[in-house]
Write a protein that binds this ligand. Structure first.
Ligand code: UD1
Length: 344
């Protein structure tokens, strides 16, 4: 075994894929999750995929005493990967205080406990949303941080600052901030993926639910943007590839290879794909026709953003590997599995 890693939000979408990759790389994992947006059986599925059932603590990171208990029960945690957060952009506009409390106090609790329990570092789930609409594409880590469009986006920016300030104050810890682009797809086993929670707001779950007949029609939000086909452009990153980036980050941190105490990496493919291109790739990769129509723009959408992942490629040694076809097939396979399991 390489080291004990605490994964908050470890039963969630990106968290569960990351736990699988960590265990397959011989790390020991302790999951902390309050199951607010996930299911306990994800732990069993992780066990099925890897042959190892991770330790699981149903604890809310806001509950400081319960969180501290976890550090006491699982002595020797070397690093934390902090996924646990609320992530619905629209909801964050409706319930800003919920978002600020959940996303900020959770991080503060962890940062306070880390030195007390000798935890060496934290990998934080950040987002390309911190760049807003970048002036230069592809966007590098040096691009300016733009004013956040939503309380959700603001929590990511504030959390990055909290980590910088904490390290600057002399607390002996390292941090790696991973700025994710748009994670999509599911594990090739079909055992874990993104679980539906009401009407999806993100493109891929809405698209696969339309393809299977749960939704009647996919709306494409705008075809009058200043892009080649008029629809918005994003950098869609396979969730397993994204999960692997965390394993590289943990290894770099625990092997003491960081050049700075806080390092930032873009985690994307480097390729921008438009909404219409994505729909057509889905149709050709799966053979399933999609019912879609163009509607007006969605408020708050960025026109186009894709990553320059050169730093992650060179410094972390990580590369996105999976093609868009395979990724979209995995998303479709997951939707079919959800139906088999009677989950809509
Ligand atoms: C959003 C957030 C991002 C957050 C991510 C995951 C913004 C600006 N960004 O990313 O911070 O990390 O969600 O929660 O809010 N689309 C359609 N029809 C749909 C749904 C989406 O055309 O039914 C289009 C959108 O206009 C966009 C693209 O698909 O161009 C991707 O949308 P989405 O999956 O919601 O992700 P982002 O908005 O990029």
């Amino acid at each position: 075994m390489k080291g004990k890693i605490l994964v908050t939000g470890g039963t969630g979408y990106i968290g569960s894929h990351t736990v699988v990759e960590l265990q397959q790389s011989e790390y020991e994992v302790v999951i902390v999750d309050n199951l607010s947006n996930s299911r306990a059986d994800v732990v069993d599925y992780i066990g099925q995929i890897t042959g190892v059932r991770p330790a699981f603590e149903q604890v809310d990171c806001l509950d400081r005493p319960a969180l501290e208990e976890v550090f006491c029960r699982h002595q020797g945690i070397e690093a934390i990967i902090h996924f646990a957060a609320s992530k619905a952009v629209g909801e964050s506009v409706q319930k800003p205080l919920l978002y600020y409390r959940n996303n900020i106090v959770s991080l503060i609790n962890l940062l306070e406990l880390m030195p007390k329990y000798g935890v060496k570092g934290i990998v934080f789930s950040s987002s390309c949303t911190v760049y807003g609409q970048p002036d230069v594409l592809p966007v590098t880590e040096e691009a300016p941080i733009k004013k956040a469009e939503s309380p959700y986006g603001n929590t990511k920016q504030i959390n990055e600052e909290i980590i910088h300030d904490t390290v600057k104050s002399g607390v002996p810890m390292n941090a790696i901030l991973l700025r994710y682009f748009n994670p999509i797809g599911a594990h090739p086993s079909g055992l874990i993926g993104e679980l539906p929670n009401g009407v999806p707001m993100n493109l891929i779950p809405y698209l696969t639910q339309t393809a299977i007949g749960i939704r009647e029609q996919l709306s494409v939000f705008g075809d009058d943007y200043n892009t080649p086909d008029g629809s918005c452009i994003r950098d869609y990153i396979n969730v397993v590839d994204l999960a692997k980036a965390h394993v590289y980050a943990i290894a770099r941190m625990l092997e003491g290879k960081q050049d700075e105490q806080v390092e930032v990496f873009n985690i994307g493919t480097g390729r921008g794909v438009s909404v219409l291109e994505l729909i057509h790739t889905f149709e050709s990769a799966t053979g399933v026709k999609l019912n879609y129509r163009i509607v007006g723009r969605r408020a708050g959408d960025i026109e186009q953003v894709w990553a320059d992942p050169a730093k992650a490629n060179k410094v972390l040694g990580w590369h996105a590997e999976t093609g868009l076809d395979d990724t979209l097939r995995s998303a479709w396979n997951w939707q079919l599995k959800l139906r088999e399991r009677g989950i809509q």
